[in-house]
Design a protein around this ligand. Structure first.
Ligand code: PBG
Length: 306
């Protein structure tokens, strides 16, 4: 009767991976229960997500070949663009179809942006590539793009590119306060990442919360429709601060390492899995997130119906 916080399926977004050139879904070792989908199995999973009443799906593509500029991200026949098309055709208005707008799955060096000759990530040259990628996703029919590369000015450039190409209706979920985190480990396996080194020149530094709020405010000013904090659990305070500072919805990404920790402990019988999942999601909502991206989205929707 007096519960202050609830978790509802409509507040959950399911991230999904689709891989080019496979015939069967491939399990991801460090994320038990999560797979790299074929185009066909992705369609089915998206239809199920819509039936369960989830708020959306977030799509990540894994191309068969990569290159220095991540050209597969922009190619209309690239795996992610094809998958957006498939899912939009499958679920229609049933939920919000979102796409990861970042080059890291498509570059052979694994960075989120283009590199200078010295091997540094080149912020401003990358922005032009993001504009092209935004147009490609919009052409494929996406509802909302999720720029996750943490380049300065990315939201402004993407908004301008969408508006100038008559895609004013496509909205932006900005990965605003995205911290350079050890908890992304399993994701790197999930997308067959080529990254060596780290992303510390463009992602946030974990001691800094004020800076996370500043990043969110900048993105709102640039035209973000939703701002996101990521990871979630080690940054619940940042979620709260951002929620108090902005007047748009706030999302939080319950990331791969957070998923893997619970799954690994539960597999050993060290914690009770289902209550741990619901408690995790409740804590993120209590911290102030309006929307949660979580690999448990479909399962949580089942649990919440019981
Ligand atoms: C970058 C991206 C990452 C994640 C989502 N988008 C990885 C990174 O920044 O290294 C991580 C998601 C997760 O760990 O679940 N395209």
């Amino acid at each position: 009767m007096v519960a202050e916080t609830s978790v509802e399926p409509r507040q959950l977004v399911l991230p999904m991976f689709v891989r080019e050139g496979i015939d069967e879904p491939q399990p991801i070792g460090s994320m038990p229960g999560v797979v790299q989908h074929t185009r066909e199995s992705l369609r089915k999973a998206a239809a199920e997500a819509a039936e369960l009443g989830l708020g959306g799906v977030m799509l990540f593509g894994i191309p068969a070949t990569k290159d220095a500029t991540g050209s597969g991200a922009i190619d209309p026949a690239g795996i992610l663009n094809l998958a957006i098309n498939d899912v939009v055709a499958e679920v229609g208005e049933g939920l919000t179809v979102m796409s990861d707008l970042c080059l890291d799955e498509f570059t052979d060096h694994g960075h989120c942006g283009l590199l200078t000759t010295d091997g540094e990530v080149d912020n401003d040259r990358t922005l032009a590539a993001y504009a092209d990628m935004a147009r490609a996703h919009a052409e494929a029919g996406v509802d909302m793009v999720g720029p996750s590369g943490m380049m300065d000015g990315q939201v402004r450039v993407i908004r301008e590119a969408l508006d100038a190409s008559e895609h004013q209706g496509v909205s932006i979920l900005a990965y605003s306060a995205k911290y350079a985190s050890a908890f992304y480990g399993p994701f790197r396996e999930a997308v067959d990442s080529s990254l060596e080194g780290d992303r510390r020149t463009y992602q946030q530094d974990s001691p800094n919360a004020v800076e996370g709020v500043r990043e969110a405010l900048l993105d709102v000013a640039e035209g973000a429709d939703i701002v996101m904090v990521k990871p979630a659990l080690a940054y619940l305070d940042v979620i709260r601060r951002v929620r108090d500072a902005v007047d748009v919805p706030v999302a939080a990404y319950n990331i791969s390492g957070e998923y893997a920790m619970v799954e690994a402990a539960a597999a050993r019988g060290w914690i009770d899995r289902e209550p741990a999942i619901l408690e995790t999601l409740t804590s993120i909502r209590r911290a102030g997130a309006d929307v949660i991206l979580t690999y448990w989205a479909a399962e949580a929707a089942h649990l919440l119906r019981l």
